[in-house]
Design a binder for this molecule. Sequence first.
Ligand code: BGC
Ligand code: BGC
Length: 649
Amino acid sequence: MTELVDHETVLWPKCRSALDRDKSRMSAITELAESRLSGLSTEQKVAQLIQAELASVEPGDVREFGLGSILNGGGVFPDANKYASTEDWRKLASAFQSAARESASGIPILWGTDAVHGHNNVYGATIYPHNIALGAANDTDLVERLGAATAQDVLDSGIDWVFAPTLAVPCDYRWGRTLEGFSQDPEIVGRLGGAMTRGLQGDPTSAGFLDETHVLATSKHFVGEGSTADGIDQGNACCSEQVLLDVHAVGHISALKAGAQVVMAAFNSWNDEKVHGSSYLLQDVLKRQMGFDGFVVSDWDGFAQLESDIERACIRCINAGVDMLMVSSDWRGVYEHVLNSVESGQISTSRLDDAARRILRVKALNGMLSPTWNGPSMRQTRSLGSKATRKLAREAVRKSLVLLKNSNALLPLSPGQNVVVVGTSAHDIGKQCGGWTLTWQGTDNTADDFPHADSIASGIQTAVAGGGGVVTFVDDVDDETEADVAIVVFGEEPYAEGEGDLNHLSFSRDESEPLAQMRALQARGIPVVALFLTGRPRWINPELNASVAFVVCWLPGTQGGAVADILFRNAANEIRHDFVGRLSYSWPLDASMTCIDRDSDRPDSYLPVGYGLNYEDEVSFDTLSELDETTGTSHRGPSYQGSYNYPNP
Ligand code: BGC
Ligand code: BGC
């Protein structure tokens, strides 16, 4: 570790939740966990520390070893069937639970899944907008309801634990996980992270906390992942301890105060030391200073990044404070390594007991150690893809859209017009959902994969048909294209961690087709409304210049039809919904930018956090109409005569 870090000067706050004040409940939980722990052999304790991935584990293994947990990775399904029904998931979950109960320890198993925007790994689920969109909506009540609805879907499939919320504070938008972060503003991350945790788990002050309608949440990834150099995934976060606390830990503090019981260690390093191997961050800061008494789970094979010798890696990781190891495939090997290390004394029995005790306490708190517990799949609500979830998704979509530009008050549109919708993205649900949707990267999905979805195109179709207008859908613009107004839908292709990292933020440089379409429409005198699907702010000055109105739709999920609710007036020509979304990340107007410092001395070079137009105020930000398309600076104001030297060098 570098001299930058002075462990003596920074004080981390205690993060007590309402639970900790409920002394009688907590002492009963501790007692229950303790009594189960005392009956376990060393082997059984070690098995509690192992989380095996679904593709490499079967119920029979759980019966034999008494594993503590399983997970399904992104794009892993029961019987490798993407179209597995909720029933299939429940059946498999109950087979695992029965096996766990029949194992020698008899301790129920935890199943974790990445339900990060709805129950996104399950066919037929309603997919909600990604966190970046929820940050723009910035509505804690909405986020709490989304968490509660997700919990219901997850429970219905027999699963009791989700790897959410992500509490990153992305600083460099080239990072492919920017879309998973609510905001670059720690305050927003804290508010919404707490709300999502409460939604998933229930309010810790109420009897509903972790009851049969709630699931365990995960405060992830601890800590500093949004601050890696150049936005490189799993990279090195170089910042002072004070910045780590004041910026990157804010969401975690809030989730812990809301009662989060699991923390996932972050893949990144902090000042050259991997978090998975940092006993300072995990033991001293998180567990001792902050008082966290739940358990720490590693990220996907995170221990293996510490050393090439896996036994040494496991030793370092567990001794640094990781309590449960998430293993992609060779969980048997990892089990053996941990067992050997306990037997050789490299992992002390007190550390093993501490880790197992923490896991058992969380199971006890989740009701799983009670004699009447019968598995999370007892209650079935058939909520997956229900009308109620779709309605909630539509609300989330509407509230998250951000209007960047609306010259001549082009929006809201009257539905009684001739409308042309340009671009295949208008029909592309997979693109509207982005990464972490059915597959890990969100790629390889087709229209058939989304049975209850409503595309942006279908929403426009309904709005225009209801208002007496005519809509045509075209993939491209040509000499025949005629309309009163054009809607161009375009944006990023799906990606998730790693694959989504970029070298620069210029969308215009990578994707020339939408801009060419906008310019062709412009040349034909057809005003353009641009709808941008994206998981992060991108440099799009040329597209902003070529459009009359510009809406950032983020990654709205399966109910993209809701975009039309806000774009179009109703048949009586009344406004149905106004824009309430505001940027939760500042937006670069300078092609060379990759991150934005809120205290920058160049306020002209970006649109700030909080920016966003709406109808009621009738603000028309005309100055956006002439943005610099070439150089490192932006020019605003009507007098600027921009050049159109595209593509950007
Ligand atoms: C990601 C986590 C995720 C885990 C399980 C990791 O690669 O970083 O966010 O929860 O995989 O899918
Ligand atoms: C899994 C993801 C996981 C990733 C980590 C993928 O194969 O499906 O869940 O996060 O690997 O590398």
